[in-house]
Ligand binder design. Structure first.
Ligand code: ADP
Ligand code: MG
Length: 241
């Protein structure tokens, strides 16, 4: 079964076609990159996948649940880290996590076990009682990733999660999330940075609202450099279709 399947999805803002007839399917338990330059439509796609927007046409299926027919079931199988941070800086790390668990209807005892496990997975266990404000950018992002795992989703979506981080923090988070995929989680990671992608990752290339290619990074690179392939596919003069 596919972890996430999108079929003929389109979306526009007035006259701007942000997504045009987008179809793809992600294999389970893989790190999958959504690679596209600024304006490609990555965040619009994420807004549709999280039901922030409802697509007028097309179909979304998460872990076998149809988003339009069973939105709650579909959304329950998904963890999300948005491009803009969404945490309460005055609360502790654990406090932020408990708040989220309560929103998902988890009891205190069940929540505590899962919060501990999620913080541990991201190497954040010893930070549990620190105020979020006192964490650096990398650790704040890790906290958000840990929080997105509390309800044990099948698919983790991250929209440009390393924006604004220094090189060391960016590398650490990219490596951590690759580790989660190696443990069996399906990851869908939006980025415009080719160096966040490993050769065994699945890559979906999006440009001007259209899927340009999908395959393993090593296959797309074809013995060469994925950056070159990506640049050629998304060059200003490259016409999709
Ligand atoms: P990405 O996340 O890949 O940078 P977006 O999904 O944010 O791309 O944007 C895709 C296209 O839709 C761009 O042309 C962008 O200018 C346009 N767009 C995004 N959000 C809005 C909006 N709220 N209103 C109008 N146009 C938008
Ligand atoms: Mg974006």
């Amino acid at each position: 079964m596919s972890a996430l399947t999108v079929t003929e999805l389109s979306y526009r803002y007035g006259a701007t076609h942000a997504l045009s007839d987008v179809s793809f399917s992600l294999p389970e338990g893989q790190f999958c990159a959504l690679l596209g330059p600024n304006g490609a439509g990555k965040s619009t796609l994420f807004a549709l996948l999280t039901r922030l927007f409802v697509a007028p046409r097309g179909r979304i299926e998460i872990a076998g649940h149809d988003m339009s027919r069973h939105p709650r079931r579909a959304l329950a199988r998904m963890g999300v880290v948005f491009q803009q941070p969404t945490l309460d800086l005055e609360m502790t790390v654990a406090g932020n996590m408990r708040y989220f668990a309560a929103l998902h209807g988890m009891s205190g005892r069940q929540a505590q076990g899962r919060i501990d496990a999620a913080l541990d997975r991201l190497g954040m266990a010893e930070r549990a009682n620190e105020k979020a404000r006192n964490l650096n950018g990398g650790h704040r992002r890790r906290m958000e990733i840990a929080r997105a795992l509390i309800h044990e989703p099948a698919v983790l979506l991250l929209d440009e999660p390393t924006v604004g981080l220094d090189t060391a923090a960016r590398r650490a988070i990219t490596a951590h999330v690759h580790g989660l995929a190696a443990e069996g989680l399906t990851v869908f990671w939006a980025t415009h940075l080719v160096d966040e992608i490993a050769s065994g990752d699945e890559v979906v290339i999006l440009h001007r609202g259209r899927i340009m290619a999908q395959d393993r990074a090593a296959v797309l690179a074809d013995g060469g450099d994925l950056t070159e392939v990506f640049m050629n596919m998304t060059a200003p003069l490259a016409v999709p279709g």
